[in-house]
Design a protein around this ligand. Structure first.
Ligand SMILES: *Cc1c(COP(=O)(O)O)cnc(C)c1O
Length: 392
């Protein structure tokens, strides 16, 4: 006999899976062979892909592959330990210095992933008596970071500065922090950073930006949404960025003052209690950072592809969302079923764009999250537009 609360594990798991399938929310993985690129090999067929975050086309760029393999003999593979034990290698250190320079901040701290960086910053700086204010469309890792911090979590509607101000006025707390995505990951919209900076100043609250999708892409040198809006460390004291998207490698960082970084080294548990990432990845990222900085043609090409795609959507009478400045160009379809059907129809035509469904995006806003990359060419964008037209 089993009590209802303790049904057999397999029954419980199968009931969850059946429900997911019934709701059209079942997630599966697509296995591809070979490098990340606009042409992906799946089961011996070539697909034209529009859903990676490899915005600059650096994920398999020969110079970066060489940087990685050339440093393997010197640094080995595993880092062997956490940074605070004996895993902190000169390659990590050099990358932290390069990231500080790139973001024009005194220091940077390397984390193994963006998810862990956000968990670490929020729980390392804030606690039970504090309040965290965030945009409703912020990335899941920021929500989870706030939960881990056990702070009061207040979410305002996307970009709604009036509601944010109202919440700030009515929520006392020991410390208060506003945190926002710089570029919203599923929508491609930009946060209203100049307003947020002004509001944070006026209410004397701290401000953090997660620029996972702005870094490498926005600003002349790809320094992200802060370069785009001409803001600096005084305006946004806590900047978080990831290294697995536009920079094409893996990992993440937080950049800011010496005291910020020293504090995180003491308190960020997702920094302290985890193995340092392989030093060869840090070496690869250093090369990638140099390319992202210097090779402005990648951003120019990307912007031209985005304009071409948006003009094509308009010609098809399809709704333009997102921003002309970012490579995230979602096509919002409503129900999970509609998004999945369109994704499957495109797949049979050799186009890969995965459907994004709740809970990743709000109910009723399931979508194709179409992303462009400097590795695409204009002909490929035309091919996507042609098949969208045929399928819709
Ligand atoms: C991808 C992403 C993260 C997580 O970064 P990972 O390095 O992939 O763990 C955090 N924040 C935002 C806004 C992201 O898009």
């Amino acid at each position: 006999m089993y009590s209802p609360q303790n049904m057999p594990l397999e029954h419980y798991l199968n009931s969850i899976l059946a429900q997911r399938k019934a709701d059209g929310l079942y997630r599966t993985r697509q296995t591809h062979q070979g490098q990340q690129s606009p042409s992906l090999q799946i089961d011996g067929k070539t697909y034209l892909s529009f859903c990676s975050n490899d915005y600059l086309g650096l994920a398999a760029y020969p110079e970066i592959i060489r940087a990685l393999s050339n440093s393997a003999d010197m640094h080995g593979v595993g880092s062997g330990a956490a940074h605070l034990v004996n895993g902190h290698n000169s390659a990590h250190h050099a990358l932290e210095q390069a990231l500080a320079e790139y973001t024009k901040r005194p220091r940077a701290l390397l984390f193994s992933t963006g998810y862990m960086a956000n968990m670490g910053v929020l729980s390392g700086l804030l606690g039970r008596d504090d309040a965290i204010f965030m945009d409703k469309l912020n990335h899941a890792s920021l929500v989870d970071g706030a939960l881990l911090a056990r702070s009061k979590l207040l979410r305002y509607p996307h970009g709604d500065m009036e509601v944010l101000e109202q919440l700030l006025k009515t929520t006392p707390a020991r410390h208060r922090l506003i945190v926002t995505d710089g570029v919203f990951s599923m929508d491609g919209t930009l946060a209203p950073l100049p307003e947020l900076v002004e509001i944070a100043r006026r209410h004397k609250v701290w401000l953090m930006v997660d620029d996972a999708h702005g870094l490498g892409v926005l600003g002349h040198h790809g320094r992200g949404c802060l370069e785009h809006f001409q803001l600096d460390e005084q305006d946004v004291p806590i900047l978080m960025g990831t290294l697995g998207k536009a920079f094409g490698v893996f990992g993440a960082f937080v950049a800011g003052s010496d005291s910020l970084i020293e504090t995180l080294i003491q308190t960020a548990r997702s920094y302290i209690y985890t193995t340092a990432l392989p030093p060869v990845l840090a070496e690869a990222t250093r090369t990638s950072l140099q390319l992202a900085d210097k090779e402005t043609w990648r951003r120019e090409k990307l912007r031209a592809l985005v304009s071409q795609f948006r003009a094509g959507l308009q010609a098809l009478d399809l709704p333009l969302t997102g921003s002309p400045l970012t490579p995230i160009q979602p096509l919002i379809l409503g129900t999970a079923q509609r998004a999945t059907q369109l994704s499957e129809a495109l797949y049979t035509r050799g186009i890969l764009v995965t459907a994004i469904r709740p809970p990743t995006v709000p109910q009723g806003t399931a979508r194709l999250r179409i992303t462009l990359s400097a590795a695409h060419d204009p002909g490929q964008v035309d091919t996507l537009l042609y098949h969208l037209k045929e399928c819709l």
